[in-house]
Design a protein around this ligand. Structure first.
Ligand code: UGA
Length: 476
């Protein structure tokens, strides 16, 4: 049964269909009427001591924004060079707007750094674990870094602290953390373990963290619940309080659902190519139904990055361990893999052969506004083109150095125009804004061939064709 409670001055509006959960809606009028509003204000005035362990996308953005919001935050990382960059007000990752938020935190003395978990947690109220959970060879997330952090916390814990998992961790990790601490003989009164998954997207991480659609708090303990609600009390989005395992599963379910949604529209794109329909119009028509929504219906080369591939596999494994074969996820993965193969096969068909052909690749990052190339479609395409004997000239506004480390044998251009100079075919892989502004007449003059393949449907067919090039894209 859903409990009617009014913590943090916000009464429960509904929690229908969610067992043991409470949904808080932030509505000014409801807040005004709340009998607990005074209590809420008192809670809000106290800055919490927050420690964030791991300064990757999730950790650094979370820490810097909490500091900007008035909490005292210590970001912990074993990489002292990274921390030195942060202390200079620079962002060690490419993320629009993050350096400014870091600088604010430093200016107000709210953002601190440390290489020592023991020192950082001495006076901490809340410790976020935000270290990496990369996929192991069998597809399950590798928890080595998380376990090491928990052991360090266990060795140095002296006063009560709320340990919160922010990294995407497998369902049951909260229980595992408790088991580790228990085996170490740590007094259970010294900690509680919470799951508070992060939903930010790379490239818009600052915006997403400041304006989340929702906050999910997975707790098995009311004290921890109050602490987390206090920490997030300035947010005006719905807050779902549920048990820890459910929160862990919400994260996987959300990412996997979005990946399936993209694969669905990519499946439709294949049908469109055969029957002459236009996939953008299908997506627009479907998206007008508010139950479907137009978001994440952009057909293209498919999903990559550090999250969707890992989390789709992770959820598949979870299903497997529970005796459920989540076939739909494997089908989504297959569509995603086939999307690139099908695209490259179409290019080969038009070219005749890749052998000895000069190919210009625009975009290497797994999506725009990031330099992240993890599971980027560009890497799959480069592998195939190399095997087929093509000469590759690549460009990306920020991700070229990462690809150079993997493929030092291809040519890197300083601009999109340079990448397309004298090429037989142009392939757009990542929809960077600057590629949408390219002057197609100039491009047509630079290229020796006439083929332009747009893997993200981001160019205008009329512009390309009126320049005398042949335009091919996914889904029409
Ligand atoms: C994703 C989720 O969107 C975040 O909510 C989540 O917090 C994050 O994973 C995570 O687990 O850390 P992210 O991987 O940064 O965020 O990137 P997205 O913007 O979701 O894009 C993922 C992939 O899907 C990209 O390759 C993108 O090109 C592709 N995509 C996205 C499409 O092909 N079509 C779309 O309509 C949307």
């Amino acid at each position: 049964m859903n409990k009617k409670i009014s913590l943090d001055g916000v009464p429960v509006l509904n929690g229908a269909g969610v067992i043991d959960s409470k949904v808080f809606e932030s509505t000014r009028d409801i807040r005004k009427n709340s009998e607990e509003i005074t209590k809420n204000r008192t809670r809000k005035t106290r800055a919490l001591n927050v420690v964030v362990i791991g300064t990757g996308y999730v950790g650094l953005v979370t820490g810097a924004i909490l500091a900007d919001q008035g909490q005292t935050v210590t970001c912990v990382d074993t990489d002292a060079e990274k921390l030195a960059l942060i202390n200079r007000g620079e962002s060690p990752i490419y993320e629009p707007g993050l350096a400014e938020v870091i600088q604010n935190g430093l200016k107000n003395n709210r953002l601190l750094t440390s290489t020592s978990i023991a020192d950082a947690i001495e006076n901490a109220d809340i410790v976020f674990i935000a270290v990496g959970t990369p996929p192991s060879p069998d597809g399950t997330p590798d928890l080595t870094a998380v376990i090491k952090v928990v052991q360090s916390i266990g060795e140095s814990i002296k006063q009560h602290v709320t340990i919160v998992t922010k990294s995407t961790v497998p369902v049951g990790t909260g229980n595992l953390i408790e088991e580790i601490l228990d085996k170490m003989g740590v007094d259970p009164n010294l900690y509680d373990v919470v799951s508070c998954p992060e939903f930010l997207r790379e490239g818009s991480a600052v915006h997403d963290t400041l304006h989340p659609d929702r906050i999910i708090i997975g707790v098995n303990d009311e004290g921890a619940e109050i602490k987390l609600l206090t920490l997030y009390s300035r947010y005006r989005c719905p807050v779902l309080v549920t048990n820890r395992t459910s929160a862990e599963l919400v994260k996987y379910a959300s990412n996997a659902f979005l990946a399936v949604k993209i694969s669905f529209i990519n499946g439709i794109s294949r049908i469109c190519e055969e029957c002459g329909a236009n996939v953008d119009d299908i997506a627009a028509g479907m998206g007008m139904d508010s139950r479907i929504s137009p978001k994440f219906l952009q057909a293209g080369l498919g999903w990559g990055g550090s999250c969707f591939p890992k989390d789709v596999q992770g959820l598949s494994k979870v299903g497997g361990t529970m005796g459920f074969d989540f076939e739909m996820l494997r089908a989504a993965e297959k569509i995603n893999t086939d999307q690139v193969l099908h695209f490259v096969a179409r290019i080969k068909r038009e070219l005749g052969s890749f052998t000895g052909k000069r190919v210009g690749l625009l975009g290497l990052a797994f999506k725009p506004n990031t330099d992240d190339i993890r599971d980027a479609k560009s890497l799959e395409i480069i592998e195939i083109l190399k095997q087929e004997g093509a000469e590759i000239v690549a460009h990306d506004p920020v991700a070229m150095d990462h690809v150079k480390a993997l493929h030092p044998d291809i040519t890197y251009a300083n601009s999109a125009e340079e990448a397309l100079h004298d090429v037989d075919v142009a392939i757009l892989v990542t929809e960077w804004a600057e590629y949408k502004q390219l002057n197609m007449d100039r491009i047509a003059n630079l290229m020796r061939g006439k083929l332009l393949f747009d893997g993200r449907r981001c160019l205008r067919r009329e512009d390309v064709e009126s320049a005398g090039l042949r335009y091919f894209t996914i889904g029409s």
